[in-house]
Design a protein around this ligand. Structure first.
Ligand SMILES: NC(=O)c1ccc[n+]([C@@H]2O[C@H](COP(=O)([O-])OP(=O)(O)OC[C@H]3O[C@@H](n4cnc5c(N)ncnc54)[C@H](OP(=O)(O)O)[C@@H]3O)[C@@H](O)[C@H]2O)c1
Length: 301
């Protein structure tokens, strides 16, 4: 199978790479700026041109770590798409005004968060801004209006949400078209297959972005019964296809007809390559259900 190259997410025209690089854990990598630039360059050379952030990553530090690396070679900005998120307020020395952990999708918070992200990332625009978690107090009209203003100012080009149920997605999508819902899906986490989330993506022709595609590493390190069962089946398929367990896990996600876009969380080149290799592996439906069965612990009804 020919790997799909950067395809526009219909109907927006935004092009994300078929595998996205996630920066959530960057503050833990202990890398100097030049090493972070090297990671960015390795991603770009592989074809991974989209980078996933959130204002809160690394306790509000990761966007600045990325921006510092990017400043070493600013021309790279034109070869990448930057995704970031807002809407979660953490109690942090970086944000002394926050009293408790809470969600905030108010005009004031979204505006302030976008300005802070632009400064930290050292860029003049964000390609895709996501509301990180559903805010029970979200006013869809107000949010749609601030989204439209940010787009008119050229500060944010596209909008989406993360971790939203179909009803929550619909509330906002009806007022300002969203381009994606970024959700958790992996051989260890199957909710999106049955809670309507992926059905909605298919229905609307929107590609979901997928976080923790390897269960945050639990696929390799988990000692619980589910992790052991799933690892066993993935290993057998990996041996059969001559690829790694991680590649099979990505191929399992990519097999869904909604054309998911997995976000890798690794800092290692070999892990990025294993993710990319999955674009060339199409699992049979039976093999896909072998993994499903191992995850659920029973056969389909
Ligand atoms: N929207 C949301 O609410 C949300 C939530 C969580 C994450 N995210 C996004 O999704 C991205 C990915 O999430 P994630 O980091 O949990 O993804 P993941 O790919 O499921 O997990 C990555 C972790 O697994 C470890 N790992 C161990 N063995 C590995 C192997 N063979 N191959 C690859 N990784 C291996 C990695 O360590 P090494 O670095 O040593 O490989 C890393 O710590 C994040 O960076 C973030 O951008 C979004």
């Amino acid at each position: 199978m020919t790997p799909p190259m950067d395809e526009p997410l219909p109907p927006s025209g935004l092009s994300l790479s078929p595998i996205v690089a996630g920066a959530w854990r960057m503050a833990d990598w202990g890398m100097a700026a030049a090493q972070r630039l090297n990671w960015i360059t390795q991603c770009l050379e592989l074809g991974i041109t989209s980078f996933d952030h959130a204002d809160i990553y690394g306790g509000y530090t990761v966007e600045a770590l990325f921006g510092e690396a990017l400043a070493l070679q600013p021309a790279l900005r034109h070869r990448m798409q930057i995704v970031t998120k807002c809407g979660i307020k953490l109690v942090s020395p970086q944000r002394p005004a926050h009293g408790i952990k809470s969600y905030d999708s108010s005009v004031a918070h979204v505006r302030a968060s976008v300005e802070a992200s632009l400064r930290a990332l050292r860029t003049d625009h964000i390609d895709l801004l996501l509301i990180h978690r559903p805010d029970a107090l979200m006013d869809p009209l107000e949010l749609a209006e601030v989204f439209a203003q940010l787009r008119a100012q050229g500060k944010v080009l596209h909008f989406g949400v993360s971790n939203h149920l179909p009803s929550q997605f619909k509330l906002l999508h009806g007022r300002l078209p969203l381009v994606t819902n970024q959700i958790e899906l992996s051989p260890l986490h199957l909710h999106a297959l049955s809670d309507g989330t992926l059905d909605q993506c298919l229905d609307l022709g929107l590609q979901p972005m997928i976080w923790s595609p390897l269960g945050g590493g639990r696929l390799f390190t988990g000692t619980d019964a589910q992790a052991l069962r799933v690892r066993g089946v993935l290993q057998a398929l990996a041996d059969q296809h001559g690829v790694s367990v991680a590649t099979v896990a990505y191929a399992w996600i990519l097999r869904h007809p909604s054309r998911p876009i997995p976000i890798t969380g690794s800092h290692r080149l070999v892990a990025l390559q294993e993710a990319w290799a999955a674009l060339s592996l199409r699992l049979s439906a039976e093999d896909w259900y072998r993994v499903w069965q191992a995850s659920m612990g029973h056969e389909v009804p």
